[in-house]
Design a protein around this ligand. Structure first.
Ligand code: FES
Length: 81
């Protein structure tokens, strides 16, 4: 199981955490990966200064902008499944 944790701390919230979560969920459904990929929200992971919302994938950190979720999903998640 691949575990995606999206930061919902205040800095990331302002950068669009909820849009990132919703879009990742859509990608999971679209690619029928519900049994392989899980997603949850997490508190501040200390990466507030980065560009985009802090997203951890199996403890590796990525900064993901709401408009770039599909790209992130294809580049990172699809290569892991
Ligand atoms: S608020 Fe998201 S990393 Fe700090």
């Amino acid at each position: 199981m691949i575990k995606i944790s999206v930061c919902i701390g205040s800095a990331c919230h302002l950068k669009g955490s909820y849009n990132v979560i919703n879009s990742i969920q859509k990608e999971i459904e679209k690619n029928e990966l519900a049994d392989k990929v899980s997603i949850n929200g997490t508190f501040c992971t200390g990466n507030c200064g980065s560009k985009g919302v802090a997203v951890l994938v199996d403890n590796n950190y990525y900064g993901v902008e709401p408009s770039k979720v599909e790209e992130f999903f294809n580049d990172v998640i699809m290569k892991m499944v």
